[in-house]
Design a protein around this ligand. Structure first.
Ligand SMILES: NC(=O)c1ccc[n+]([C@@H]2O[C@H](COP(=O)([O-])OP(=O)(O)OC[C@H]3O[C@@H](n4cnc5c(N)ncnc54)[C@H](OP(=O)(O)O)[C@@H]3O)[C@@H](O)[C@H]2O)c1
Length: 313
C-alpha cells in the first residue's frame, strides 16, 4: 500500500509509488554481469566497450569516468581514449575507424558534446551501427522506426525509461494513452517509437502544441523530456497515471544556503505525486538508468557479434 499524507484541503491523499531508479539500474547491471560472464564461458568472448573523450570539460570527464568504471565492474574489456582539445576531425575519424575494425570492441561511445571545432554528426554516423551503443546512428534510429528491436540498438535514456514502463505496465500497452512531451532525436522521438512498438496510443507534444495541459491530462503514461524545471503541474496529470520525468534542471536553492543549487525534473514532483499512481523522482529516477542501459547495449552487441541470443532487459 503506497504511503498517504494529508493534503492541503485536510483530506487524506494516497501518494504515488516512487520508482527507485538506482535499484532498477542495479538490477539491470546484475543481468549485464551475469550475461557477460555467461558469454565469456560459452563463446570465449569478453564484451568490450571503448569510450572516446576529446578535451577537458570536467562534466564530460566525470560521465566518462563513471562509464569506464561501470564497464570494468560488468566484466567488460574497458578502453578509454582521452584525446587532447586540439584533436582534428581526421584524427578522431581515424580512431573510430580503428575501433570499428577491432574485433575485441563491441561498443563505441563518443562522449558528447565534442569541442566546437569538431563536427559530431559525421563522427557518430561513422560508427558501425552494430557498435553504436548510444543508439544515435541513423540505421539504429531507422530500425526502431520500423519496429526492428531485434537487430537495432536503442538510445540509452529512452531504453531505460522504457524499462520503468514495462515493469509498471508489462510488455503490452494496448489500450493505454501515452504522451511524450519533447521531440528530440536523443529522447522524445525514440521514446515515442518504443511506446508505439509496445502498442500504446502515442501523442508527441512539443513547444508548438496547443493546450499542453489538456493533452497531458489524457495520458495514462506521461513522459516529460523538455528541460523546463517543474513545468508539469498536478492538474496536468490524469489521476492514476504513470509519470516518467526525464528532465534534469539545476535551480537555485537559497534554503540550502547562499549560492546553493539543487536538481529538479520537468515535473512538479510533490504535487504530481498526489495524483499519479507511479512517478519517477529527480534525481534518482531515469538518470541512473542511462549508464545501466549503455552496459546493456554493449553486452547485447557482444552477444550478437558472437552469434548468441542476447539477454532481454
Ligand atoms: N540521462 C538522462 O537522464 C537524460 C538524458 C537525456 C536528456 N535528459 C534531460 O531531458 C530533458 C530533455 O532533453 P532533450 O535532449 O530531449 O532536450 P531538447 O533537445 O532541448 O528537446 C526539448 C524538447 O522539449 C520541447 N519543449 C521546449 N519547451 C517546451 C514547452 N514550453 N512546452 C512543450 N514542449 C517544450 C522542445 O520542443 P521543440 O522541438 O518544439 O523546440 C523539444 O522538443 C533535459 O532536461 C535533459 O537534461 C536527461
Amino acid at each position: 500500500m503506497p504511503p498517504t499524507r494529508m493534503a492541503g484541503n485536510g483530506r487524506e491523499t494516497v501518494l504515488a509509488t516512487v520508482i527507485d531508479g538506482k535499484q532498477v539500474a542495479a538490477s539491470v547491471i546484475d543481468t549485464v554481469k551475469a550475461a557477460t560472464a555467461a558469454l565469456d564461458k560459452q563463446s570465449g568472448v569478453q564484451a568490450g566497450l571503448a569510450v572516446i573523450i576529446v578535451g577537458d570539460d570536467p562534466a564530460s570527464h566525470a560521465y566518462v569516468g563513471s562509464k569506464s568504471k561501470m564497464a570494468k565492474e560488468c566484466g567488460f574489456k574497458s578502453v578509454q581514449h582521452t584525446l587532447p582539445l586540439e584533436t582534428t576531425q581526421e584524427d578522431l575519424a581515424a580512431l573510430v575507424a580503428s575501433l570499428n575494425a577491432d574485433d575485441t570492441i563491441h561498443g563505441i561511445l563518443v562522449q558528447l558534446p565534442l569541442p566546437k571545432h569538431l563536427n559530431s554528426e559525421p563522427i557518430i554516423q561513422s560508427i558501425l551501427p552494430e557498435k553504436d551503443v548510444d543508439g544515435l546512428h541513423v540505421v539504429n534510429a531507422g530500425k526502431l522506426a520500423v519496429g526492428d528491436l531485434e537487430t537495432g540498438l536503442v538510445s540509452c535514456t529512452p531504453a531505460g525509461a522504457m524499462v520503468f514502463v514495462r515493469r509498471t505496465h508489462g510488455e503490452d500497452l494496448s489500450g493505454l494513452n501515452a504522451v511524450v512531451v519533447g521531440r528530440s532525436n536523443l529522447f522524445g522521438k525514440p521514446m515515442a517509437q518504443l511506446l508505439l512498438n509496445a502498442n500504446a496510443t502515442v501523442t508527441i507534444a512539443h513547444s508548438r502544441t496547443k493546450d499542453l495541459p489538456s493533452v497531458c491530462r489524457n495520458a495514462d503514461i506521461l513522459v516529460a523530456a523538455v528541460g523546463r524545471p517543474e513545468m508539469v503541474k498536478a492538474d496536468w496529470v490524469k489521476r492514476g497515471a504513470t509519470v516518467i520525468d526525464v528532465g534534469i534542471n539545476r535551480i537555485a536553492a537559497p534554503e540550502k544556503g547562499e549560492g546553493k543549487t539543487r536538481l529538479v525534473g520537468d515535473v512538479a514532483f510533490a504535487e504530481a505525486a498526489e495524483v499519479a499512481d507511479v512517478i519517477t523522482p529527480v534525481p534518482g529516477g531515469v538518470g541512473p538508468m542511462t549508464i545501466a542501459m549503455l552496459m546493456a547495449n554493449t553486452v547485447i552487441a557482444a552477444h550478437r557479434a558472437a552469434g548468441q541470443t542476447p539477454p532481454k532487459f
